[in-house]
Write a protein that binds this ligand. Structure first.
Ligand code: SF4
Length: 557
């Protein structure tokens, strides 16, 4: 039973009830301590963070990159990405006050850290993949690749294609012509007024002239942009973000980037990723598979991808590098089947005889020379004999009315595709697993965290921001899989090992200096000073050097 209708807050006049120590602001098992332990174990100078290896210098010291990295990790894990919001949270969020020890960096400092350290952020992401490997959280045998569009910091209106620029120039020409005609009419009217003797000469011609000049300048800019596009072979010009592109796939169109990820099947962790600006995934298979193979340090790797990645040259490159790819071939438009004619699958290839056998049992033999097909692949053509086709009862289902024989093009590395086709026949279960593996990160990042767009512009910065998103996805997932206590204990052991090594190295340096002093400096000292130093040389220094050597040995073990 309560005397109040509602829950009531505390009096604002009451003295602070916050714990007196910042350490008590967060509990012993608060996940924020995992961020602290992870960043504490990183060698930020080696990873390339700005100011990480700075010594004591004159002037205002900068923020420690470790503190700003902690701030970003906390922010991206908790759906706080903007530098202004991070600045506000650093002042009022008890977890952040604990994490930053009450430091309050301004939004410019926060934003600049993300822009300036894009390469180091990528390196942290890679180092986390090494960590999950050490922890045994990746299988390293089967991975899945996929891509997803993310909005860039640009609108559709900021993108100009050649077609759009050409249309703009036509529209501007029309407007200029219309204004030119108005100017002529205006001049004629003014001339008429002057002849009548009652004109004042102010018919608005000056305004029209300025408008025409502005239109001419706009037309010149559009023409220069069009010339630039034609000169560099690009198809789009992006005015706001130079690297963002208008991307379209499956009815979805947006201005931004195509994020490619490779996900390990054991715990659905991202092991490699890249940001590109092509709509198509077709040329990404080999590059992404190689990146994953290196990240996992795997001898052999099975890679699963959807039809969008199918490319004969990419499949060959994968096979050459020991990567077994599973990519469903596109169905094609089935033109020959629609016409009721035999297609390639009705002809069987005999490797020993180097010939195709047609449905009528006749052989198609290789012709001399090589032909380059429309996609640039070199092909060998196989042809049936005119004599066999002339009398063949299946002729109507095989040839066009004008053709006298059937020819089939075979890529010079067609055996790669044949092995791939054979693999795909028994890959139903693997392909069903593919979507479950690779769509987990995108679903989590886009739907749970709500990250569908980048806040920065240009490839470098966008890649840095993506590294933060991928790192936070992996970080959260590892905490869920491993548990907070095991993760923190592992990171603490790692940090201790680094400290022990650094301590041992420092002691070893001191040992070397003392030894050099004892051997080279002490014997050269003058006789008057020799007596006490001789004792030093005889008893104290050897003993000290020996003790340090013993300490170094123990610290290393
Ligand atoms: S038309 Fe020629 S190639 Fe075609 S099935 Fe008959 S014999 Fe074979």
């Amino acid at each position: 039973m309560t005397n109040h209708a509602f829950k009531t807050g505390e009096s604002r006049e009451q003295p602070s009830l916050l714990p007196p120590r910042i350490e008590d602001y967060v509990g012993r098992n608060n996940p924020i301590r995992a961020i602290e332990s992870f960043v504490g174990a990183l060698d930020l100078a080696k990873l390339g963070f700005r100011h990480a290896d700075r010594g004591v210098e004159v002037g205002q010291p900068p923020y420690d990159p470790a503190d700003l990295l902690k701030l970003y990790l906390y922010g991206y894990i908790n759906q706080i990405r903007s530098s202004r919001r991070l600045e506000r949270e650093a002042c009022r969020n008890l977890e952040l006050i604990w994490l930053l020890k009450n430091l309050r960096p301004g939004y410019r400092t926060i934003a600049n850290f993300r822009k300036e350290n894009w390469k180091a952020l990528k390196a942290v992401n890679r180092s986390f993949v090494l960590l999950v490997r050490e922890l045994g959280l990746v299988g390293g045998a089967v991975v899945a690749i996929d891509g997803s569009f993310f909005h860039g910091d640009a609108s559709k209106a900021s993108i100009f294609t050649r077609k759009r620029l050409a249309e703009q120039i036509v529209d501007l020409d029309r407007e200029i012509e219309a204004y030119g005609k108005s100017l002529e009419d205006n001049d004629a009217a003014e001339a008429g007024h002057r002849t009548d003797g009652d004109g004042d000469g102010g018919g608005g011609g000056g305004d029209l002239g300025a408008k025409v000049a502005a239109l001419m300048a706009k037309r010149s800019r559009a023409q220069a942009d069009l010339d630039r596009l034609e000169a560099n072979g690009e198809t789009q010009l992006s005015l706001t973000d130079p690297d963002a592109r208008l991307l379209a796939k499956n009815g979805q169109a947006l201005v931004g980037y195509n994020v490619q990820v490779v996900v390990d099947d054991k715990h659905k962790l991202i092991v490699a990723s890249e940001v590109v600006n092509n709509s198509s995934d077709v040329n990404q298979l080999h590059a992404m598979a190689i990146a994953a193979k290196e990240a996992l340090d795997a001898e052999a790797l099975q890679v699963l991808a959807d039809t969008g990645y199918y490319s004969s040259t990419e499949l060959k490159a994968c096979e050459d590098d020991g990567i077994v790819a599973y990519v469903p071939p596109p169905e094609g438009n089935g033109r020959l089947e629609k016409e009721g004619r035999f297609s390639l699958k009705d002809f069987s290839y005999d490797g020993a005889a180097d010939a195709y056998t047609c449905p009528a049992g006749e052989q198609l033999r290789p012709m001399k020379g090589r032909w380059k097909n429309t996609s640039g692949r070199l092909e060998i053509r196989y042809a049936s004999s005119n004599k066999s086709c002339k009398t063949c009862p299946l002729r109507a289902k095989c040839l066009t009315p004008k053709a006298s024989r059937r020819t089939i093009g075979r890529w010079e590395h067609e055996d790669v595709l044949e092995r791939h086709r054979a693999r795909m026949e028994s890959a139903g279960e693997l392909m069903r697993r593919r979507s479950g593996i690779v769509e987990h990160p995108f679903g989590t990042i886009k739907c749970r965290a709500g990250y569908r767009h980048f806040l920065v512009r240009g490839f470098n910065k966008v890649r840095g921001e993506w590294s933060l998103m991928a790192l936070c996805y992996n970080f959260t997932r590892v905490l869920n899989i491993l548990g907070f206590e095991r993760f923190v204990a592992y990171m603490a052991a790692k940090t201790l090992a680094v400290c022990q090594y650094a301590f041992a190295a420092a002691l070893h340096c001191i040992q070397l200096v003392l030894e050099a002093f004892r051997i080279h400096i002490v014997p050269r000292l003058t006789i008057s000073r020799l007596a006490p130093l001789a004792r030093l040389n005889q008893y104290f220094l050897p003993s000290l050097v020996g003790q340090i050597a013993d300490f170094v040995q123990r610290a290393r073990t």
